[in-house]
Design a protein around this ligand. Sequence first.
Ligand code: SF4
Ligand SMILES: [Zn+2]
Length: 322
Amino acid sequence: MNEDSDLIINDSFIVSMRGKKNPVNPNLPYGWQIEKEHTRSGKVEDTGIIFLTNRECPFHCLMCDLWKNTTDETVEPGSIPKQIKWALKKMPTVRHLKLYNSGSFFDVRAIPEEDYEDIASLLENLETVIVECHPRLINEKCLKFRDLLKPDLEIALGLETVNRNILRTLNKQMTIDDFRNSVRFLTENGIRTRAFILLRPPLLSESEGIHWAEQSIDFAFNAGVECCTVIPVRAGNGAMEFLSEKGQFSIPEIHSLETVLEYGIRLNVGRVFADTWDLGLFSNCDSCLERRTNRIIEMNLNQKIVAPVECECNKERRTYTE
Ligand code: SF4
Ligand SMILES: [Zn+2]
């Protein structure tokens, strides 16, 4: 991809590119949903997700648009338990629940520590609770929360990519060693982990995007994670559109997501999922989008390779010479 040596990617550049936040209510989650997931037991089960409203993440990663549904200030103590209670009442009964807070659950300016006990008591009928956290915010607080929880705690960590230059460019403010150390700390303390891995972050060609996503899956499993989710990178936060106009970012193709998902499943060392949100964005071919989407969903749910989709667009697929 094109180089632009004048471009300095840092907090102020990324923040300066942003549009407005969405209005949010600190007493309500900004969303919830139920999705099917191939669980650790090998069964496909309903998993609830609550998208908590809370203070914006202190990091400013280049590709992140999660700040859109956050507050500027820390929410009042009691607000997060209120949000969870509200969502649990709305959703059907589930055994597994993701509490995603557009940042780090163990960032005490996002989730007040004094709420841990009330949160844990709301979750006592569950089997698994999954929260997300930046690897550098993994510490003793995770153990404190684990001790309060009846269900198993699992923590999702953004590895993003093991290409060190790209990871630096993403402004994630961490190294792959930080990631490895956090996974080790959690594993030693009986907490399972999953990794978020990006497919084709900026400055990579399509084939490089595939290569580094596969390398990242290898690294994550070697570090000790139990599960990987591959996320095709999209625009939507201002900074990514800017890079796209400069020729430094292109969204990946749905074919590449299939390739990386197949690779991960074939490793047969842990569950590997592809993020299926808005897959139409990554396809230019109306005649196979639905079949490819169904294929990806089926591979996610069964963790088995499904026969490839035959379509003219396989021939037309770019030959990765860019
Ligand atoms: S750490 Fe996560 S939530 Fe925070 S800016 Fe980076 S990607 Fe977004
Ligand atoms: Zn096609």
